[in-house]
Design a protein around this ligand. Structure first.
Ligand SMILES: [Zn+2]
Length: 415
């Protein structure tokens, strides 16, 4: 503040002497730049420069500050202040940052975004030292409606949402909600429609990601499916149909987000493509691109996460009711043996390790130790818990509110 006043005073002094200086060419040169700045902008000139950007490849925080002409004493003090609240080695390429640097090379304020929700904030105090803290990024949440249509030009959910100006994460959220009801890769038809009521997060007016989908409707071949978000008194938020039945299934429809093509079915015997002789196929093979995320089909405990003969990188998960699921040929494993996993958690990525002719996911399911056909088994398992009986009246009120918001134009009218 003192510095700012000093600069302001200097400008006024120069401005006052400006007229007189015209007759004295010798003194004019140093004055001219300041006067120019003043005439171009009635505001006082800035006493600092705010530099913002995205963390470039291969630059440490220290190197970045040097790039921006920060004094070395400030650089060292700032890095160690940050280190007290956030490991500077975990700073990631591409994350936004901003440096507010005084003209003399001292830093007044520094900001680095850890992720979409948190930032490191560093502020200078009087004695050339810095105070760092981690703060949540302020966001505004608005409720918005999104609608789209499956057509010949936009045959997938992702493409339909893209055409509606939305992003792929919304397609994933929606596919999750209806994953027990609809196969988004093979059951979609031109003319299918959807509407969503979704929370939209904004930061200073700019889109900053989706919040929860509050209600969703998908009309597949004329059959409307609806999902309402509701949080039972003692529990986590979930999605329910009109009657308060859970849309969650004991098993996901498949371990892959968008149910891919089955290239090899479960069979008690078939000719093995590599070994040549006939043997049972203890699961189903899904064609999927290498690196595609693989999710556990139900909650449980990881019993194996490592290499098996033939299976390559393999994960096995033990579930309730005597079930065990297994995922073979992975390129990468994301869990450890003994770890608890929740339905839908990432456990690895599609690959072609072990005895595999190419990248695919072999998915197997055992019940009481014996291999069973996962496709049949998934279909036959009962759904998750419904809305508790005592809360049905509350649920109906919430459902009615959300159903109104789902009507075309309802949200625009309310805003
Ligand atoms: Zn297989």
């Amino acid at each position: 503040m003192v510095y700012r006043n000093l600069v302001a005073g200097l400008v006024i002094a120069l401005a006052l002497t400006g007229v007189a200086a015209c007759g004295q060419p010798a003194e004019q040169e140093p004055i001219a730049p300041v006067l120019e700045a003043r005439s171009a902008d009635i505001q006082l000139p800035a006493d600092s420069i705010v530099i913002s950007g995205n963390l470039p490849q291969g630059r440490t925080l220290g190197a970045l500050l040097t790039d921006h002409d920060v004094l070395s004493t400030d650089r060292l003090a700032l890095v160690s202040a940050v280190q007290e609240v956030f490991d500077v080695r975990r700073m990631r390429v591409g994350q936004p940052y901003a440096v507010d640097r005084l003209l003399d090379g001292h830093v007044r304020r520094f900001e680095y975004e850890i992720d979409g929700d948190r930032r490191v904030l560093v502020q200078a105090d009087d004695a050339n030292s810095f105070l760092a803290s981690i703060e949540s990024i302020p966001k505004e949440i608005t409720v918005d409606a999104v609608e789209g249509q499956i057509s010949r030009e936009t045959p997938s959910l992702t493409q339909a949402l893209d055409a509606a100006g939305e992003r792929i994460d919304l397609a994933l959220q929606m596919a999750d909600i209806f994953s027990g009801e609809l196969d988004f890769s093979s059951e979609l038809q031109p003319g299918d429609e959807f509407r969503l009521v979704v929370e939209r997060q904004t930061r200073e007016g700019a889109f900053a990601g989706y919040g929860a989908i509050l209600a969703a409707e998908f009309v597949a071949s004329g059959r409307p499916l609806r999902a309402y978000r509701y949080t039972p008194d003692a529990g986590k938020p979930g999605y329910y149909d009109e009657q308060g039945r859970s849309l969650k299934r004991f098993f996901l429809k498949s371990p892959l987000k968008f149910e891919p093509r089955i290239t090899s079915r479960f069979a008690s015997s078939r000719r093995h493509p590599i070994l040549g002789y006939t043997r049972a196929h203890n699961g189903v093979d899904y064609s999927a691109p290498p690196g595609a995320p693989v999710a556990t089909v139900a909650s449980g405990t990881v019993t194996l996460a490592g290499w098996t003969n033939g299976g390559g990188r393999t994960v096995r998960v033990r579930h309730n009711n005597g079930y065990q699921s297994e995922y073979l040929h992975l390129s990468a494993i994301a869990v450890r043996a003994g770890q608890h996993v929740s339905q839908g958690d990432l456990i690895g990525k599609v690959g072609s390790t072990g005895l595999a002719t190419g990248p695919h996911l072999h998915y197997g399911l055992r019940r009481d130790g014996r291999y069973v056909n996962p496709v049949v088994e998934h279909r036959n398992m009962p759904p998750g818990e419904p809305v508790p009986y005592a809360e049905l009246a509350t649920f109906v009120l919430e459902r009615t509110r959300l159903l109104e918001l789902l009507q075309p134009g309802a949200i625009r009218a309310a805003n």
